[in-house]
Unconditional design. Structure first.
Length: 240
């Protein structure tokens, strides 16, 4: 039994609220326990210059943590993002690019903005899981506006963290577990059981094939639950 009462293979409570803001076609507030992330999806005409010759669309992401998302105050960065945020937004972008067929988008860019309102571990994985739902709403709006004729979505995408804490493999680490983890792993997968990203790092100890296999199995089971939460959210009327 963990400090918050969960079993080793148990996700934190997940809530996905669509239509959280009204100014963009896709907007989701995802709550994974005490981690809360606002994910929005915007469609903009045009693509980066280096992409123009391809005739394809583009999808990119931005990520940041708001000043009040952690204890004390996180300084607001006016002169660019830090290395951690840059690494996370690249992960979000390349993960969600696996969810769309950009050849059907025309010369348009989808921006996924993920802002952490409250952080208790797993912000990057929650951002990916929530951004996918915001993306699906934006894609539906693009079809309604006849930006594209066919559904450009190709797969569902979700992510979860796994780690080894005190020798035990745990699913969906909160902050206290994350900072104490001997091994930290972030997993991103499609609903076709295809891995997009496997980030496993020995923070305080090495790990063997058996532990890696256990982390992958536990992560896969958790991501399947997240796919179900995404389906439920997308089946419900949006608040927008």
């Amino acid at each position: 039994m963990r400090h918050d009462g969960r079993q080793s293979d148990q996700l934190r409570p997940i809530e996905i609220a669509r239509g959280f803001t009204k100014a963009v076609p896709g907007s989701v507030l995802i709550r994974a326990g005490d981690t809360h992330v606002l994910c929005t999806a915007s469609i903009v005409e045009g693509v980066p210059t280096w992409r123009e010759a391809s005739g394809k669309g583009w999808l990119t992401a931005e990520y940041d943590m708001l000043p009040g998302s952690v204890q004390g105050r996180r300084e607001r960065r006016r002169d660019g993002i830090d290395g951690r945020a840059q690494e996370i937004q690249r992960l979000i972008g390349r993960s969600l690019r696996m969810a769309v067929d950009m050849t059907r988008m025309g010369q348009r860019t989808i921006y996924l903005d993920c802002d952490v309102l409250q952080a208790d571990g797993g912000t990057r994985t929650a951002a990916i899981t929530g951004a996918y739902v915001a993306l699906r709403d934006a894609l539906a709006e693009g079809m309604r506006l006849e930006y594209w004729r066919d559904d450009v979505a190709t797969a569902a995408v979700a992510a979860v963290s796994v780690g080894v804490v005190d020798g035990e493999v745990l699913l969906d680490l909160n902050y206290g577990e994350d900072v104490a983890a001997e091994v930290d792993c972030n997993l991103v997968m499609t609903d076709r059981d295809e891995w997009i990203e496997v980030q496993a790092t020995g923070e305080r100890s090495r790990f063997g094939d058996d532990q890696l296999a256990r982390m992958l199995a536990l992560g896969r089971a958790g991501i399947h639950q997240l796919f179900q939460a995404q389906k439920v959210a997308l089946a419900e009327p949006s608040e927008r």
